[in-house]
Design a protein around this ligand. Structure first.
Ligand SMILES: [Zn+2]
Length: 320
């Protein structure tokens, strides 16, 4: 019996999966209402989980537990949320373990979403047969997680390796949502992009200014059509991401960097550009760090959540 439920609580979409022996056999998605908090989402999560069990004819007694992936800092010993950043702000006051026990009598294992995605890519995806990995997610924010010698890097306060998006790449830069100045995320992420474009002195003469939504899809499109402003801003973003990634390489000494997140939909532009900068600028006398695309950008965290539950429950069986 190796059935698990995996929940990936993103800022805009919540993914819920049923896994059997490591295979994702069914999944559902719901639109997240992250500004209304976490507690208000729980009834909907219960409904979808129950629906998954019923439609796959799985008894609740067959489930080993829930793996809960969360976009914030998470205490993965007590399985509780420690800190959020403008999403699900009541997370730290929400007793997830108590919720899963009371509703289904299942244990719940919580972890930061970048760590979950890293576990998923390590076990099933681009990071297989590699014990030293850094995962970077480029999206609304920028997330990261680190595996060293086959062990997740956790740290004293559960934040080691998670704050790669908040490495400073411009100490005269923009104020970040975290309170610091010039973080990678504050210099080049989806939330920063519109102001970055509008600050360009030639924005009013650019073709991208006619776009209703100033997002990375528009940026790649207009840069591809030789719009000068879009090209300048894209170059700036690539430099900021490369600077963050090179610092991660210097800090964590990985063999490989796995890149994921919404912005990676344009991986054909991003990957070669970042690989070139890394090859040129990182201090790695042993060779070159390989940059690769995630194999499961959409479901790595669900695979990771399943792996976490199965590993935790199997080690419990051994020690008790
Ligand atoms: Zn920051």
């Amino acid at each position: 019996m190796n059935h698990t439920i995996a929940i990936d609580l993103g800022g805009t979409i919540i993914k819920i999966g049923l896994l059997i022996n490591g295979d994702l056999v069914d999944r559902k998605e719901i639109v997240a209402q992250s500004t209304f908090g976490l507690k208000s989402q729980l009834p909907e999560l219960e409904r979808v989980v129950d629906q998954l069990l019923a439609s796959n004819q799985v008894q609740k007694e067959s489930i080993l537990g829930i793996g809960f992936s969360f976009a914030g800092l998470v205490d993965s010993v007590e399985n509780r949320i420690l800190s959020t950043n403008q999403k699900y702000d009541d997370g730290p006051d929400t007793d997830l373990v108590g919720w899963a026990l009371e509703k289904w009598n299942w244990p719940l294992f919580a972890m930061n979403d970048a760590r979950m995605a890293l576990l998923g890519e390590w076990q099933h995806g681009s990071g297989q047969r590699c014990a030293d990995l850094v995962m970077v997610t480029l999206g609304t924010g920028i997330g990261s997680a680190v595996l060293i010698g086959g062990e997740l890097l956790i740290g004293k306060h559960f934040q080691a390796g998670n704050l790669g998006g908040h490495f400073v790449v411009n100490h005269h830069g923009t104020v970040c949502t975290c309170g610091n100045i010039g973080c990678v995320e504050a210099e080049a992420s989806t939330w920063r992009l519109p102001s970055l474009l509008k600050e360009h002195p030639e924005f009013d003469q650019s073709s991208i200014k006619n776009e209703e939504v100033l997002d990375f899809k528009a940026l790649f499109h207009h840069a591809g059509n030789n719009d000068r402003v879009a090209k300048d801003v894209l170059d700036y973003c690539l430099s900021a991401w490369a600077a963050g990634i090179i610092t991660m390489i210097h800090a964590f000494d990985p063999e490989m960097i796995i890149l994921s997140g919404g912005i990676m939909k344009s991986s054909e532009v991003i990957l070669p550009a970042l690989q070139e900068k890394v090859n040129q600028l990182a201090w790695t006398p042993w060779g070159k760090v390989k940059l690769v695309e995630a194999k499961f950008p959409d479901s790595a965290a669900l695979y990771g959540a399943d792996y976490l539950v199965r590993t935790a429950m199997n080690s419990k069986k051994i020690t008790t």
